[in-house]
Design a protein around this ligand. Structure first.
Ligand code: ATP
Length: 201
């Protein structure tokens, strides 16, 4: 089965895009969702995080307090690398298991931080949702109710646009309105179905 990796910067439109592919019946696996599953109470990764970063990473109910952890690793590169060493191998393994269980011509694996994590080996092709940085900032401010400085701070912590585009086999331009985006996705869906057929024969 063909696996298409979907990535894009914050607010580029990954969720809108993956929802649209899902509406065509394409199975969608999101590595952010896998990451959340892996830190549920009782999961070994959560115990490792607590051992590494301390019990104040948990809320009163014993669940991971993502805001505390995010704040801690945002300014601490070594801490971020230790967190990644706990999570990334598990995310990879779980993604492989979930993909292997699918039965479809092709599937979409959403990897928001593809450029940062180098998880390209999990996918056959990379689809980058591309948008100008100024538009990313506008969309994130509108969606999350944050100010421009906060939006730019998050953008600056991610790989930049050209680094993401360098990984792309396919680029989905999301500069226009949602109707335009829908048309591009419809075309890409047909393209991936054809590719999946070719790779089967
Ligand atoms: P994140 O990285 O934060 O998960 P994302 O890449 O999944 O973000 P979305 O949540 O899909 O991005 O889109 C960001 C915001 O921009 C949403 O509010 C979405 O509705 C809006 N949006 C996306 N594409 C368009 C578009 N073409 N026209 C108008 N609004 C759009």
């Amino acid at each position: 089965m063909l696996t298409v990796g979907l990535t894009g910067g914050i607010g580029s439109g990954k969720t809108v895009v993956s929802d649209r592919f899902a509406s065509y019946g394409v199975p969608v696996i999101d590595t952010d969702v896998l990451a959340r599953e892996l830190v549920e109470p009782g999961q070994p990764a959560l115990a490792e995080i607590v051992a590494e970063f301390g019990p104040d990473c948990l809320d009163d109910g014993g669940r991971l307090n993502r805001a505390v952890l995010r704040e801690r690793v945002f300014i601490d590169d070594a801490g971020r690398r230790r967190l990644e060493a706990i999570l990334h191998p598990r995310i990879r393994a779980l993604a492989r298991v979930r993909i292997a269980a699918l039965n479809a011509p092709y599937s979409l694996l959403v990897i928001p931080l593809l450029a940062e994590t180098g998880m390209t080996d999990l996918v056959d092709r990379v689809l980058v949702v591309d948008v100008a940085e100024a538009e990313q900032v506008r969309r994130v401010m509108a969606r999350d109710g944050i100010d421009e400085a906060q939006a730019r701070r998050i953008l600056a912590a991610q790989a930049n646009r050209s680094r993401r585009l360098a990984l792309a086999d396919d680029v989905l331009e999301n500069f226009g309105d949602l109707a335009e985006l829908d048309q591009r996705i419809a075309d890409l869906h047909q393209y991936y179905l054809r590719l999946a057929t070719v790779s089967l024969s």
